[in-house]
Design a protein around this ligand. Sequence first.
Ligand code: SF4
Length: 555
Amino acid sequence: MRSLKQEEWVSTHTIRPEWMILARQAIDEIRNGRAVMDALRHYPLQGGGYLGKYVLVAAYHEMVRNNEMSADAHLLESLRMKPMRTLSGVTTVTVLTKPYPCPGKCIFCPTDVRMPKSYLADEPGAMRGLEHDFDPYLQVKSRIQALESLGHPTDKIELLILGGTWSSYRRDYQEWFVKRCFDAMNEDSHHREHEDHREKQKENSVDSVNSVVNLDVVQALNESASHRNVGLVIETRPDEITPDEIRWLRHLGVTKVQMGAQSLDDRILEMNKRGHDVECTRHATALLRAAGFKIVLHWMPNLHGATPESDREDFAKLWQGFCPDELKIYPNQLLANAELYEYWQRGEFQPYTTEELIDLIADVKTTIPRYCRVNRVIRDIPSTNVVEGNRRTSLRQDVHDEMKRRGTRCECIRCREVKGKPVDLALLKLDDLVYDADHAEEHFISYVTPDDKLAGFIRLSLPSKDASQTQLNDLVGAALIREVHVYGQSLPVGEEKTGAAQHAGLGTNLLHQADQIAKENGFKRMAVISAVGTREYYLERGFERGELYLVKNIL
Ligand code: SF4
């Protein structure tokens, strides 16, 4: 069944009046017991196709606003489009920084002057940045409004800041950028001053960049705002990670760092002009861990000089000390606007075939430890940009099909999340997976269902005596909670839902477990890297405000 695309509406913010008339009729039928999909089929569009569910949601809101019906949370839920988007408990909002050069010279990295380094103008997700002139406020605001109109909860937001190398932007720009994101999250959603603001923003854009911004104030406001920031992610290079940078990232409220490892072989790094070596990645990863950040590594098979066999060996090294919490597998893609293109023209580089890639990823996926989440197995680049090699963007599905055929299984976090399924708390099993990372003993403590699905987990890090020196007072002698994640449909704060894991006290239980384990290992203090919008949660559970972390004694 073909329906109008969500993006069509998101980008234009227009719904045709005749669609609303149909949607209202469909809603009336749904209220009288007709299934949503049946009702949609009953009202086909004139030019072919059917109404998108987002039109139903918009019509629902209009009918409630006009007092034609009273609010009905159950009905709204059934009208929602793509509920998967928020199933892991939080809603992700992606925002792009302005075009800016990167200190890196990586031969595989595309350059598009309209975009921050490494992004293409027609890349989904990146397009929205361009559409809003890379204005952080407008990007966040419009995304929140779009998600709300689709009926998604937006009270817990993970902010994903993308674009080249974050650390290479001027710090006054970084601070302004983050502050403007917070401004958008702090604003009451029903306050629609979008267009006025856009004009004002254009007039003031230079002043805003240069002005002294008070980030602390907007962060404090966000602690009780209607859109709380529960995670802040930036992406950078390993050679940018220093104790000073770590302190700065915490000042901004960053909780998760995406970092390009790309390869763990110095020869390959050199051949691809990465500009840093493996030791640098090792050091950066250990420093981030010691400072409690969640670590996402990017890993690229099929780099210049690699073979499927060398990639298999390279992949195995990821779990020797680096041990990322999340992984993005980005097979190298041959693009016309990257230096690698010239290598290919000279016959020095040849991309793998789709079959070779599927074979490789299906192999390595079975070796991923249960503490790691594989976020991606291919970058979301429209296939028209790919000169030669794999053009299939459905690679994740292809890999899973191949694994099914082979009878193998991936046990990564993403493959085991409970998603929206109800959880029977009485049947959950507590599991403590202990592993050694560089300079830390890690505990991945999780609640698991009888069919081995993850209902929630906590990452506890016990730094060893020789742990990397963060020079952060909050962390002296402390065990660290790097992540608490409980799955279930993202519910508005305070709303309970029978069987949903998120509000069933699992988080609190996991925190107790972490305290116990830290105590047994001789730690007397606990620190948590808290996003601004989750501070209240931890403060209610015995933590106090430190300088850059929340801390407590666990004597
Ligand atoms: S560091 Fe990243 S953004 Fe910069 S050139 Fe290399 S791949 Fe591109």
